[in-house]
Design a protein around this ligand. Structure first.
Ligand code: SF4
Length: 654
């Protein structure tokens, strides 16, 4: 046993955040093999949980100049108050830290689904803060309110699922885990964290964990958080299941070869979901979910002789090494194009490029990157950074829309004006932000094609826009009116989801097959929050504003220039969209987005309106001092000032 700690009764939480939380956050100091506990109350009253609390701790502890692999970087895992309380679609565990994948390295967040977050609460804790670098390789064993650091030599050098097996042998079959594979040990910038039940969190945090000498976290417990009003919560859970019924997106490439044979639900979730147990013709079955399923499919699909197993196994193979499926998918596509054009050869890469689409190629690629061997050392930097290290011709074939973290392609204000604001304030390409509008549009387009399947007519979109985005104007996606408010409301809702522990697939419930007008319920999260915690649900808006301003302060302190860099990637203004897509136009009728661009002047007007809605000065994008004071976060003013900004004091809305 390397280090251990046990909870002292004196820090058990009382008062306003007594329900929904376990009351303490584990603090692990790897430099000194020391374990301590922080009362969750210290942060929860202002920053709620999940991403909110984790970002606040990051702001307190990680200096702007700290690098991702420095011992001063802190890796923070945080659940939200709804996790493990029986709330539907509430199983998320947020991760925050300085990301090696960000460009330049900087603050970032990610999160997991599955079981790890709920198990952490069942073990008695709301979160884990890991600092320092362990002199010996260790793993963390958290169980029944106890925390120990244990030697990890036997599991170092193993991939994620081997680690899971070893931890279950050591601590019992029901042990849940978070681990990094060989890619994380070797500081592959894009390495993910892998957790029980096929869950992953990207952002390069697998590499951060590996750099700290921390191989895994094993978790087991039998506790549960108390709920303020269990009867009301039961009623709301039933209501959630009923109105969450929507026209679902259950589509995979090669779907005809994959059979869904069961559900693959996260902890306590009974909602209809793409996450499931799938079987292929050879009889093998495993859990799968959305994007990762497609990591290698386009190339396998073009290869008639390759067994379907190769495509099916692609995401598991990546997870096992702890490699990011989004980045790997981009790398395979780029290598394919470079090889076809003759810009990269098998000799210089050490890869069987003529065999792209086979298992042999994929195995070799993942191995080369994970061990940083030869050309794999360049690829281990991630596709975004690859551009700096290859010949000019190969560099030109890296798609212009590649983002340092996440899927950049859909990050486009060209298609949807509100997206231009959404992507301007994040440290990463964020799918949850895009999904809120994109998934509704997907159902609206389905209605245009097959009205019997989807009830989302333009009238339904307009009602949703009024209730969720602040105005009917926001429903006309090709125009600029109403989009500043739509963006702000979307950002706030995603901040809350990540901080409460709610899942992006399930929340918000904007449309429904089971309501009279096919519109979902914009107040449901607030009602559930109140039933769980006993705190007035109206407080959620305040939490969201604080969390968003906190993120703004962190990003500005790390070099984000306000207002110059408050804009989406430049191609939105200069490269017309190449794909045909339809959105509701100014008269509500479908309008094609082909050839569309963002208009510089109209974007400027939109962003000015957005600043005002946030309580920021219209031209500088800096928060008024009063805004911070009203939110109870005036200490952020010093962060802006340290970054060279003078906060405006007069509060004039024009
Ligand atoms: S809706 Fe799906 S992804 Fe979300 S919590 Fe439920 S099972 Fe998990």
């Amino acid at each position: 046993m390397v280090g251990q700690g046990k909870l002292s009764k004196s820090i058990m939480m009382e008062g306003v955040v007594a329900f929904g939380y376990m009351g303490k956050i584990v603090e692990v100091d790897l430099d000194n093999n020391k374990i301590d506990f922080i009362p969750t109350e210290k942060y929860a009253e202002k920053f709620l949980g999940g991403r909110g609390i984790a970002s606040r701790i990051y702001w307190e502890r990680v200096k702007p100049e700290t690098k991702a692999f420095d011992r001063e970087n802190v890796l923070i895992f945080m659940t939200g108050p709804l996790v493990a309380t029986s709330v539907q679609g509430a199983a998320r565990l947020s991760v925050v830290g300085k990301s090696p994948m960000a460009y330049p390295e900087g603050y970032c967040y990610g999160d997991f689904g599955g079981f790890a977050g709920a198990e952490l609460k069942r073990a008695g804790f709301d979160g884990i803060v890991v600092s320092g670098i362990s002199p010996k390789r260790v793993y963390l064993w958290i169980h029944d309110e106890q925390v120990e650091l244990r030697p990890a030599e036997p599991i170092w050098g193993q991939n994620a699922y081997g680690v899971e097996e070893a931890l279950q042998q050591a601590h019992g079959k029901n042990t849940k885990f978070i681990a990094t594979g060989i890619a994380g040990e070797n500081r592959v910038r894009t390495a993910v964290l892998v957790a029980s039940h096929h869950a992953t969190a990207n952002g390069g945090f697998g590499a951060v964990m590996g750099s700290k000498g921390l191989k895994a976290i094993a978790i087991k417990g039998n506790l549960k958080p108390s709920v303020a009003n269990p009867e009301k919560l039961k009623e709301l859970n039933n209501y959630t299941v009923r109105i969450s019924k929507r026209y679902q997106i259950h589509r995979f490439p090669r779907q005809h070869l994959i059979e869904r044979v069961g559900n693959g639900h996260c902890y306590q979730c009974g909602l209809e979901c793409i996450r499931g147990l799938y079987r292929i013709p050879s009889g093998r079955q495993d859990y799968r979910k959305c994007q990762s399923m497609a990591v290698y499919s386009p190339w396998v699909y073009g290869n008639e002789d390759e067994p379907v197993d190769t495509f099916f196994d692609g995401s598991t193979m990546c997870n096992d090494y702890s490699l990011c499926t989004i980045d790997i998918s981009g790398i395979v596509g780029w290598l394919h194009r470079c090889y076809n054009k003759g810009y990269l050869t098998e000799e210089e890469t050490g890869l069987p490029l003529s065999e792209i689409g086979t298992r042999h190629f994929f195995d070799k690629l993942l191995q080369l990157i994970s061990y940083r061997n030869g050309f794999g050392d360049i690829l281990a930097e991630g596709l975004y950074r690859v551009r700096d290290q290859v010949n000019e011709s190969a560099k030109k074939l890296v798609p212009y829309f590649v983002a340092p973290i996440g899927i950049g392609a859909a990050d486009s204000g060209r298609r949807n004006r509100a997206h231009a604001i959404l992507s301007a304030f994040e440290p990463r390409a964020s799918r949850p932000l895009q999904h809120e509008i994109d998934w509704l549009m997907w159902r609206w387009r389905a209605n245009q094609a097959t009205p019997e399947h989807s009830q989302v007519t333009y009238e339904v979109v307009r009602s949703i826009a009024e209730q969720f985005w602040g105005s009917a104007e926001a429903a006309k996606l090709s125009t600029y009116e109403g989009k500043a408010n739509a963006a702000k409301r979307t950002q706030n809702r995603v901040c809350l989801k990540d901080s409460l522990g709610l899942c992006d697939f399930a929340w918000p419930i904007m449309d429904s097959m089971n309501t009279f007008d096919y519109v979902g319920d914009p107040n449901l999260e607030a009602e559930i929050f109140q039933a769980v915690t006993g705190v007035d649900g109206k407080q959620l808006e305040l939490f969201a504003e604080r969390i968003f301003n906190q993120q703004r302060a962190i990003m500005v302190s790390e070099g984000r220039q306000a207002p110059e860099e408050d804009r989406p990637p430049e191609y939105n203004f200069t490269v017309p969209t190449e794909t045909e897509n339809f959105v509701p136009g100014h008269d509500g009728k479908p309008v094609s987005t082909l050839g569309s661009l963002l208009d510089e002047g109209k974007f400027k007007e939109m962003i000015g309106e957005y600043y005002q809605l946030r309580g920021w000065e219209q031209t500088s994008g800096l928060p008024y001092r009063k805004t911070l004071v009203d939110l109870g976060i005036e200490d952020l003013a010093a962060t802006f000032e340290a970054a060279g900004y003078q906060l405006p004091t007069s509060y004039i809305i024009t």
